[in-house]
Design a protein around this ligand. Sequence first.
Ligand code: UGA
Length: 435
Amino acid sequence: MKISVIGCGYLGAVHAAAMASLGHEVVGVDVDEGKVEALSSGRPSFFEPGLGELLVRAQDKGRLEFTTDVSRAAEAVVHFVCVGTPQKPGEFAADVTYVDAAVESLRPHLTRTSVVVGKSTVPVGTADRLAKVIAETGATMMWNPEFLREGHAVDDTLHPNRLVYGVTDGDAGHRAAATLDEVYATMLAEDTPRMITDFATAELVKTAANSFLATKISFINAMAELCEASGADVTQLADAIGMDDRIGRKFLNAGLGFGGGCLPKDIRAFMARAGELGADQAVAFLKEIDSINMRRRVRMVDIARDALGGSFIGKKITVLGAAFKPDSDDVRDSPALAVARLIATQGGIVTVTDPQAIDNAQRAFPELGYVTDTSEALTGADAVLLLTEWKEYRELDPAATAELVVGKVLVDGRNVLTPELWRGVGWTYRALGRP
Ligand code: UGA
């Protein structure tokens, strides 16, 4: 099938490459020439495991092209809208101007057989509004939210745990769903569950899912606060409650909390949209979820300062991790960088290292020090803060690391190290929610 993908960032680039790998003919459209050039040469402008190989393979087979020229989308039957919906500056609401612009740019190229499939995370009501925008072309609007995780995006796209189609009632909706079934035939053949809903439900499924995940993380981080107050251990608590499969152990990792381009802005956009709909009380708890999350960053700084005897002034602090999570180079609302900046403003001499995210971090916060090599970053440190749990940091050897530093002070912001191993060779080991 001929497909266009509008917006080739973290979501669209992966979606375009994945659809081409399923055998479709795909054109990816983006306004950013640099991005188009990089993707065309099989070098995505961001780090996502497996994406480079997928791009090269699809382009070698002649099934995938990237362009800045939206008229190239005209031949496609299905148009996926994959642009970003960032938080508006100074507001909680999501900025949907890129979604509006994408649909507007597609409009002249749509016909009665076209299906426009929204994948971006949008405030409920957007699909209905956009359906009216394209109505006169005769094309059909659908909403098909995306649940991929950065770092696992290729696998999540090719093997999703569910497909949700938001459609209008009637023949046009049925035909559009049948068209999307053809696009996703390979996944449906693998028995991927598929649900057909109305627009509003499809939009809310995405926002509700991310809100639930954020709530789970903040719940365990609230328990971490109680563990800190009472001398209990939140990692054991999470293991024990997680054994109840009604609760489940996933997303109960206490620590520095959530960041990235999705969970923080999605819960805020949800609160803003609920307010517009007169349902603000229903999601008022998300404000507390947000507060618990942000408090962890401050608490991390407090623990580190305390471990250094009460002041950062003149102390060398090595921050392990800049990305908002491992296997990603995304630094949007990165908890690690938020902590690094707070420490720098309190007089600490901060060196940040990360396997993939240094360039992005440096662009966002040029005032911090950056070193690529882990050993070099650790050399001479008065304290080490593990803030993003990359594999290579989880596997650090306590004795070898001790040889590099000046002060054997380690704060584990992600609860991924074994305290006894570090304490055993003389480290002061501190963590969030653990004695
Ligand atoms: C999230 C959702 O998990 C995806 O399902 C969704 O499709 C995506 O947002 C989106 O809206 O596009 P992502 O932002 O890639 O995916 O990251 P997550 O894996 O959800 O992690 C978010 C943050 O929570 C990270 O900072 C991570 O370190 C933190 N986290 C996660 C915890 O602090 N504890 C946990 O137990 C799990």
